[in-house]
Write a protein that binds this ligand. Structure first.
Ligand code: RAM
Length: 965
């Protein structure tokens, strides 16, 4: 009967997760099938207890007729705190096949009930140690294990950041636990499996406790103690013996406290570690702690705020080596990591005791080649290590992270003769999300852009979505997250990440529905259009990608709250024309000395008012709140009308002559079809007038290319993408960027900097173009009416003659989706992969039914998996079931070069192709100072300009070759 398998079982987005907090966890699986067109017709889930005895199931769904294979809500009896559940799944498909049972997977509940806490919050005794002092605390206890251990778990958290040790070994590779949440209301508890770490009789347990976000002084004021003055820790070890008894070891005042090597550690400024002050063996049994201080109970943090960890943990996900070492003109010894990264340096050193080594981290070099710290503002990013002197010592900071490509090293033994590169490693740190997106095309510059976008995400998804990872900010700016979330969810599995952050947003929403600028809120400002709208856009985007109805339901009140906030603001119900807004932040049409672009903020605010209201309407429908949906529809219509009255001319022009104003009118559907054509044309002209350059900021940029591609100006969108001169995405690439910059000209063409004041080289907002690259260039898109890619939409837009191939992949909850195309002399090949239990509409642009073949067969034969074929305006539409398909067809018109003497070759050709042709005909000119001039000149200018020394013959050769394309 062929092969049908259930694989990749997930609970709450994760494989075999510990410490689940959801009372009704959501289960997902994937189906592998050797047949095209596989759909799930039914499923059966069996959940068993701790030991996995499936003969006595906790929950057995029996055969369920349903095509649901993701986010299936556990519906059995109440799940017990701390219990492990095993589960397996089988499915039946539309071809009548029954799969075998999947492999058994499990999840384990966290500590669910506050009443179970026997542990107390502890901190060093105030009478013996100043609990506000800088050095990190060491807290420890000795305990006995009196039997054969079946299993052992530790539930722990901290006011601060902590690492947990048992018998001298770290219990996990998680970093900066418990992560950053809205601490006054929510603090995550981590669960660790320590079964294999316990030993019979004497054991030691230790907690290393630093400041972290809790006490570091986040925000602009550089004030410590934002959340609290004292660090404290809470931990509870449950030992289950094989004889069925249980024992608990918990933090209480029998623990002892000390300080040690970590003399200082904060998020912005780095860490100071004096290895001479280490307490060797401090977390092992039999360590002499009689000289250590006592501890006391700390009541600063309540038990009510504890929640089992929601986000994936922060980890080192990659280790990179420095690519170079050099001495700057100013005499600094600098390591180059080759990549702007976020994390920490690990190094190994042998030196006499007391040697002081200092690492200071920076993102860029200035135009003279000196290391540049100006953009860090007060953030120091300095790591100081004081050598113990006992042979090779290895160290990396515990409780800080840096944003950097370059590291200035001072005091490293022998560095006058050069730094030994192999002594240093860069450890890349971020929330450990599964990579789910790949994009590649024929233009290597665009591939570098894609890499920059991904690195921007990695560096700024360190537990919260931050604006930047280096200066004294690193805050959960709502606007930045909102513009980037769609790209982010293509690139990485962000379900747990956004679930946690949105819960924090909801926790910090103001009683009137207002939304703070940053979440967790350490800044205090609130309620800017496009920033506060994150409360609506983010849960909806998570729903679109992952079909997570529970999160949508959890956030629904918060989403509505934001709309009612807006509604109460304007001087009439349907307009939002009051208050402070960041506007089209950093747009290039801003007035001098302003960050706020020229697009009227009331236009932006009202446009988002409409957009968010429409989303809440749709969310209401999904959640079955029909009456509310109707009310939001009415409100939406009112806002659209008000937008038109206020911001459109009678004849259908956008009154504000900015790119962003036109973009919003188009992408938020604020105009009807007739007017739409005119607005699109006007937008296109604004860009042509600007010689194919954008002028947009945070608000317009993410949607700019969508506005063009979706309204008949895809060619202009592609030109914008490929624009190498300032301003455009490839400008920073041409300047050697390895991450996305905050400003289009963070480094100006003369090598000088935009400013010291606000100039991050790792700011993902403009990376939002990634979404368009996936959806339009590679054509991998979703049908928005069916969430989670259950219905896939594949429609590559070929980028005319500028790109010769593009391909993308996305691992959805259903499995891997692929879309790719290539063109060779007018022959087009489109390849797709559609996972089981989904279907796809594939649009083959410029195709005619008679000319398309799939796997070599013409479409008029019966092809397995192809369910329907039709001609549409763009070409041919095929409806596919799951499977791998290759379509081929010819259409040389689509790729014909429209070339005349006014064309610049770079404008009409794929960068790689242009390069090859240039090399062939003008090799003499290809290098040297004229190169740029030649590439940017029209054929006419080239022929006329004797300066370049281009011969008539060369021009003719060029033209001949171009005609062949
Ligand atoms: C800057 C941040 C962020 C932006 C706000 C308005 O400080 O870096 O990117 O959202 O301003």
């Amino acid at each position: 009967m062929g092969n049908l398998q259930v694989t990749a079982l997930k609970c709450e987005y994760r494989t075999n997760p510990l410490g689940i907090g959801a009372k009704h966890p959501q289960l997902s699986w994937q189906i592998e099938s050797d047949r095209r067109g596989t759909l799930q017709r039914g499923y059966q889930i069996i959940v068993a207890n701790e030991v996995g005895d499936f003969t006595k199931p906790v929950w057995d769904t029996g055969y369920m007729e349903s095509d649901q294979s993701i986010q299936l809500v556990y519906g059995g009896p109440e799940l017990l705190s701390r219990a492990r559940y095993h589960y397996k799944v089988k499915v039946w498909d539309n071809l009548g096949r029954e799969s075998a049972w999947s492999e058994v997977a499990w999840w384990e509940m966290g500590l669910m009930d506050q009443g179970e806490w026997q542990a107390e919050w502890i901190t060093p005794d105030e009478s013996e140690m100043d609990p506000q002092s800088e050095p990190a605390f060491l807290l420890r206890k000795q305990f006995e294990v009196g039997g054969d251990v079946l299993s052992a778990r530790i539930y722990a958290t901290a006011a601060g950041v902590y690492e947990l040790y048992v018998n001298g070994t770290r219990v996990s590779d998680e970093l900066l636990a418990p992560g950053w949440t809205s601490y006054p209301t929510r603090l995550q508890v981590q669960t660790y499996d320590v079964t294999d770490m316990l030993q019979r009789d004497g054991n030691g347990i230790g907690i290393l406790l630093g400041d972290g976000w809790y006490r570091s002084g986040m925000g602009f004021e550089n004030k410590n103690f934002k959340y609290g003055e004292r660090r404290a820790a809470l931990a509870q070890l449950h030992i289950q013996y094989k004889d069925g008894t249980e024992e608990v070891v918990a933090t209480d005042t029998t623990w002892k406290a000390s300080t040690g090597a970590i003399q200082y550690a904060t998020i912005y400024h780095g860490e100071t570690y004096d290895a001479r002050l280490e307490h060797s063996g401090w977390s092992s049994a039999n360590f002499r702690d009689d000289k250590w201080c006592a501890t006391q109970v700390c009541t600063d943090v309540s038990f009510d705020v504890l929640v089992p960890q929601e986000n994936a943990s922060t980890r080192v996900t990659e280790v990179i080596r420095p690519i170079a070492y050099f001495v700057t003109p100013a005499g600094d010894h600098v390591l180059d990591m080759g990549q702007n990264m976020v994390g920490r340096m690990r190094f190994t050193v042998s030196a006499p005791a007391g040697t002081r080594i200092e690492l200071k981290h920076a993102e860029v070099l200035d135009k003279d080649g000196n290391i540049y710290f100006g953009n860090l503002r007060p953030a120091k990013q300095v790591v100081t290590y004081i050598v113990k002197g006992s042979g090779p010592e290895t160290y990396a900071p515990y409780f800080s992270f840096m944003g950097f490509r370059y590291v200035r090293v001072e005091g490293f033994p022998g560095q006058e003769n050069g730094l030994p590169l192999d002594a240093f490693l860069g450890e890349v740190m971020h929330t450990d999300m599964e990579p789910t997106g790949e994009f590649e095309c024929s233009d290597t510059r665009v591939n570098q852009l894609q890499s920059n976008i991904r690195w921007g995400q990695r560096g700024n998804f360190l537990d919260v979505p931050t604006d930047c990872p280096q200066r004294d900010e690193r805050l959960g700016w709502t606007g930045d997250a909102q513009v980037f979330i769609s790209t982010a969810l293509f690139n990485y599995q962000g379900g747990p990440f956004f679930t946690k952050w949105l819960h924090d947003m909801k926790a910090e929403q103001r009683p009137n529905g207002g939304i703070p600028f940053v979440v967790p809120d350490v800044v205090g400002g609130e309620n800017s259009a496009a920033w506060g709208d994150a409360a609506v856009i983010c849960p909806w985007t998570v729903y679109q990608y992952y079909g997570d109805k529970r999160l949508l339901a959890e956030q629904y009140e918060s989403m509505k709250g934001w709309i009612s906030y807006i509604r109460s603001q304007g001087d009439q119900e349907f307009l939002w024309n009051t208050g402070f807004h960041f506007g089209d932040w950093l747009a290039l049409d801003a007035k001098e000395n302003s960050y706020i672009g020229a697009t009227p903020v009331a236009l932006i605010a009202t446009a988002y008012y409409a957009y968010s209201t429409r989303i809440v309407r749709d969310a209401a429908r999904v959640l079955g709140h029909e009456e509310e949906a109707l009310a939001f529809e009415e409100l939406y219509q009112g806002v659209i009308q008000a937008f038109r009255d206020e911001f459109m001319t009678k004849n259908g022009r956008v009154a504000a002559p900015t790119q962003t104003a036109h973009i919003l009118a188009l992408v938020f559907d604020l105009v009807d079809d007739e007017v739409r054509a005119r607005v699109a044309k006007d937008l296109n002209e604004l860009i042509l007038d600007n010689d194919y350059h954008l002028s947009t900021g945070f608000v317009g940029t993410p949607y700019l290319c969508f506005a063009l591609s979706n309204n008949g100006y895809h060619e202009t969108a592609v030109k914008l993408l490929l624009q190498e001169s300032y301003p455009g995405w490839l400008y920073s690439v041409s300047k050697g960027a390895t991450t996305i910059w905050e400003h289009w000209d963070s480094i100006k063409s003369d090598g000088s900097f935009w400013s010291d004041d606000m100039n991050s080289f790792n700011h993902y907002a403009y990376g939002a173009i990634g979404d368009w690259m996936y959806r339009k260039i590679a054509g991998l898109d979703m049908d928005v009416t069916v969430p989670a890619f259950k219905r896939i939409h594949i429609e590559p837009m070929f980028g005319l003659n500028r790109l010769s191939y593009a391909k993308a992949a996305h691992t959805s909850l259903y499995g891997r989706i692929e879309s790719g195309w290539q063109v060779d002399q007018g022959q087009i090949q489109v390849t797709v992969r559609i996972p089981a239990n989904t279907t796809a509409d594939v649009i083959l642009a410029g195709a005619a039914v008679g000319s398309v073949k799939e796997g070599g067969n013409s479409l008029d034969t019966l092809i397995p998996g192809i369910q329907a074929i039709s001609e549409v305006a763009q070409g041919v539409r095929v409806l596919l079931g799951s499977g791998d398909y290759t379509f081929t067809y010819g259409n040389s018109d689509l790729f014909r070069v429209t070339f005349n003497e006014h064309s610049r070759i770079d404008d009409v050709l794929d960068h790689e192709v242009a390069t090859a042709i240039f090399q062939k005909h003008m090799s003499s000119l290809f290098e040297g100072p004229f190169l740029n001039f030649v590439r940017k000149s029209t054929i006419k200018q080239l022929g006329e300009n004797t300066m370049t020394g281009v011969t008539k013959q060369q021009i003719e050769g060029l033209l001949e070759e171009l005609i062949l394309i």
